[in-house]
Design a protein around this ligand. Structure first.
Ligand code: PEP
Ligand code: MG
Length: 886
């Protein structure tokens, strides 16, 4: 009996009696097949040969008893079960079995597991039988794998087919000229040969080359390419870096030569792909060069005197890039006028402390590559959604570079000589970049920039540094910013930001507002092609951006900037006074901060306290977590800056769009719905405990509150409270420490009554509450219009929380809605008595509160909860305003 646990993974073990097989220190085997029946039969045949000698054989086959298919998760589970000190050899049948097995290894949480696994190209039945026999005899993993590879030799000899044959079968494609003589199919070492001619305007450049590499990877075939026109090559077709060095231009003839069981399929696929011009749109003959790496084939914006991203009387609106993109949107208020600047690379520290242990250094590289892969995949997916799949294709080329065996082997070989991870990676990639830069074709030469970008991304991960920054004063234009990059911008240089993608509730936008940086998001890929140094004006309240503006447009923006400055001056003059409504209700206006510097600015802005310390910004942009002493020093410095006003520290909220390079985070399809906030902290309990120790120590000297982010269940809250009790130690939780949670998940709002008994306060995070309630990812520009905190669905949830909490605990709002002048009357009307906003918004929010009448706001709020949509809510607010001023 070889049935394993549910899920289709069968196992042979002592208990199941198939071959008297037990678990020892020998190599384990895994059979991956589309068919469960086939795998079982193969195992049964192997068991016959073993005659009771113990071998671990695990099966991951079929999606269920009948359905053909392979499942990477089941394969990983089988590999883990088969794993032992001698490692594992995996035998696979064809096609997606190989891909799924590769994916299973990518999914492995334990990187050392990958080191212990060999994926064998051997045929499953013959391979398994000889591998099982070898493993039972105590052979090493390499020996078992070699045995499996030679599994067909016996059959070949029997049939009289030479093992080292050079016979070739031929495949011709639409564009291929093919060879004439046909050879044997079915021999192990026979070759299949084909030819194609390159028809793409830019030749076999990064994207088609990446498509080609993708076609070949995962096939049980060794494929080489040769440029017949120039004589370059042969090079392995599975290596993007090598394929590019063929410098195959339009019209060049390329030979494809493959060996291995799937050689014919490999050649056929490549020729078919070439016939489809590598799935690229038909282009005119190579003309002006396409934009560089980070501007993936975006249609060029000409920064002519009339170039612009938004409509204005004097400036025409260019064609939108896609129907789904919602166009430039306001990200953070303010006017900026300056020269266009881009992020440039700062030299990273190649002597970044190395462990001295090659295995560890290589592991660090693998982890950094995995993290970079996630970053690039996210960017590619976002570009696909917001701009188009064609433009996103360049990121596939970046991903292929990260998976390039040639590069990885070269880097690993360097680490094995004792060179540290950063230097090994940088050195190898610099060589690859030089190879590209030395190619004769100008377009291919530009691909050196791809290598550079990818190299930098991995280096940044390796060294924990933020690699990109602005080096001259002006307005930053970038595709997107990570939170760490947004946090790291030098506001003395950067006066405004325009992002090609992103949305107003992304963390980058939150940070821009916090840093008083005018921001426009979702401006589209065209902006990335405007030359550095071009004059640019933007209004972050309206989303307008103009490149090289006409004099009258420039004058208009300067006038707006002056008006804004005057209004800000009036608000600032009263910033230190409390915010009291017309009918005498005090509304606390606190600040959201991510650093000691921001705490100081919030004091200067008149904040009544800190309603949210985003502690993750103390953890981001570095290579290790701050220890409890360092955290305590930071929290105390923030508390000291606030001079006795209460400070609410939120425990670490990473995950989602805020990954921590040094915290192992699984690759997740939907990170915002995955391990984030309190979920991740509870998985890294020691880190949470350290943080809470630092909070408790600070709370013994200062008025401190602590709150947990992204709580969905009471169980999570109680568990987090237990860690707090543990962190507080024998002296107990400090008397002045208030304990609260954020309401950001609809489940928490809907069941708030069950949480309240365990809380001193709640703070509603409208950014995430909106994202989760409307199922509109906060960083996704394509759904930015849906992601509106004034949607009545959100107001109903806020209302629910306020009603349940009334007279029991305080309710604050710390999401961006708290600073929205049209949202403030509704929130106050619903019962919110604390608004926590970015430091720079404090004076303006106080001024807005001073114009309100709570009773009228309550009536307004009741109506707002039952209208059709956020547009109607805004109309109600504007009508109330008009009534009170008129
Ligand atoms: C929120 O979600 O509203 C919030 C304040 O938290 P963050 O923006 O840091 O996720
Ligand atoms: Mg949040």
């Amino acid at each position: 009996m070889i049935d394993g646990p549910a899920g289709g993974v069968a196992a042979i073990g002592d208990g199941d009696g198939v071959a008297g097989i037990g678990v020892g220190d020998d190599v384990g085997l895994v059979v991956v097949s589309h068919s469960r029946a086939l795998a079982r039969a193969a195992v049964a045949m192997a068991a016959e040969m073993l005659q009771g000698r113990p071998v671990r054989i695990e099966v991951a086959a079929g999606l269920d008893e009948e359905t053909l298919g392979t499942d990477a998760v089941a394969i990983l589970a089988a590999v883990e079960r088969a794993d032992g000190p001698a490692g594992v050899v995996v035998l696979m049948d064809l096609g997606s079995a190989v891909l799924s097995a590769e994916m299973a290894l990518e999914l492995a949480g334990d990187p050392s597991l990958r080191e212990r696994v060999t994926l064998s190209a051997a045929p499953v039945v013959e391979g398994l039988i000889v591998a099982a026999v070898a493993a039972a005899g105590g052979a090493s993993r390499a020996e078992v794998a070699a045995e499996a590879s030679d599994a067909l030799l016996g059959k070949l000899a029997h049939l009289g087919i030479p093992a080292e044959g050079t016979t070739a079968d031929t495949v011709t494609g639409e564009t291929g000229t093919g060879q004439t003589e046909s050879g044997e199919i079915g021999t192990v070492s026979a070759e299949t040969v084909g030819e194609f001619s390159v028809e793409n305007a830019h030749g076999l450049h990064a994207r088609p080359a990446a498509r080609l590499v993708g076609e070949v990877r995962g096939l049980a075939a060794t494929v080489h390419l040769r440029n017949l026109t120039s004589g370059a090559g042969p090079v392995p077709a599975a290596s993007l870096s090598q394929v590019a060095t063929l410098a195959a231009l339009r019209g060049h003839e390329v030979e494809v030569r493959a060996s291995g069981p799937q050689r014919k399929e490999a050649v056929e696929r490549i020729l078919a792909l070439a016939a489809r011009r590598f799935d690229e749109p038909v282009e005119p003959a190579a003309g002006p060069q396409a934009p560089a790496v980070t501007a993936p084939q975006a249609p060029a914006v000409t920064a002519s005197p009339s170039g612009s991203v938004t409509a204005s009387p004097s400036v025409p609106l260019p064609e939108p890039l896609s129907a789904t993109r919602s166009g430039p949107l306001p990200g953070a208020p303010g006017i900026a006028v300056g020269r266009l600047r881009r992020l440039s690379t700062v030299p990273v520290d190649l002597d970044h402390p190395a462990t001295g242990d090659p295995a560890q250094e290589w592991q660090r590289i693998e982890e950094s590559i995995a993290a970079t892969r996630c970053d690039i995949e996210q960017l590619r997916d976002r570009t696909t959604r917001e701009v188009g799949a064609g433009e996103a294709g360049i990121f596939d080329a970046h991903l292929a570079l990260l998976a390039d065996d040639e590069i990885l082997h070269a880097v690993k070989a360097r680490t094995e000589t004792g060179i540290g991870a950063a230097a090994a990676w940088a050195g190898c990639l610099a060589e690859v970049e030089r190879r590209f830069a030395g190619l004769p074709d100008p377009y291919l030469r530009e691909r050196a920039a791809d290598v550079h970008a990818v190299s930098d991304q991995v280096l940044a991960r390796l060294t924990g540094q933020t690699p990109r920054q602005v080096t001259a004063p002006g307005v930053l234009v970038a595709s997107d910013l990570t939170p760490a990059e947004a946090a790291g911008l030098d506001v003395d240089l950067v006066t405004g930001v325009v992002l090609a993608s992103g949305s107003a509730t992304s963390h980058a936008a939150v940070l821009a507002r916090a840093r008083d940086l005018p921001l426009v998001v979702g401006a589209g890929g065209d902006v990335l092609t405007v030359p550095e140094g071009t004059t640019i004006v933007l209004d972050g309240s309206t989303g307008e951006v103009h490149f090289d503006p006409l004099p009258e447009v420039l004058a208009e923006f300067r006038r707006r900037a002056a008006d804004l400055a005057e209004r800000r001056g009036q608000h600032q003059a009263r910033a230190g006074e409390p915010a009291v409504t017309l009918d005498g209700t005090r509304i606390l206006v606190a600040a959201n901060v991510g650093s000691v510097a921001e705490a100081r600015s919030s004091m200067a802005a008149g904040a009544d306290g800190v309603g949210l310390v985003r502690t993750e910004f103390l953890f981001l942009g570095r290579s290790t977590a701050p220890d409890r002493d360092e955290q305590q020093a930071d929290y105390e410095a923030i508390a000291e800056a606030m001079a006795g006003r209460r400070v609410t520290v939120r425990t670490l909220d990473v995950g989602g769009d805020k990954p921590l390079p040094y915290l192992a985070m699984p690759v997740e399809a939907n990170p915002f719905l995955g391990r984030r906030g309190i979920r991740l902290s509870l998985e890294h309990r020691d880190m949470l405990r350290d943080q809470l120790i630092a909070v408790c120590r600070t709370a013994r000297r200062f008025p401190i509150s602590v709150m947990y982010p992204m709580v969905s269940t009471v169980g999570e809250l109680l568990e987090a409270r237990r860690v707090l009790t543990d962190a507080a130690g024998p002296s107990g939780i400090p008397a002045g420490l208030k304990v609260g949670m954020m309401v950001e998940v609809p489940a928490a709002a809907l069941r708030i009554e069950t949480f309240l008994a365990h809380l001193d306060f709640v703070s509603i995070g409208t950014n995430d509450l909106t994202q989760y309630t409307l199922a509109a990812e906060r960083g996704n520009g394509a759904v930015a219009a849906l992601s509106d905190a004034l949607d009545p669905a959100i107001l109903v949830l806020v209302d629910r929380v306020c009603r349940a909490a009334r007279g029991r605990v305080d309710v604050a709002v710390c999401g961006e809605a708290a600073a929205d002048e049209l949202a403030i009357p509704v929130l106050v009307g619903l019962g919110i008595r604390e608004l926590s906003v970015s430091p720079s918004a404090v004076p303006r929010v106080k001024a807005a509160v001073r114009e309100l009448d709570v009773a009228r706001c309550a009536t307004l709020a009741r109506q707002a909860c039952s209208v059709a949509g956020p547009g109607e809510v805004r109309k109600l607010v504007l009508a109330m305003r008009a009534e009170s001023t008129g």
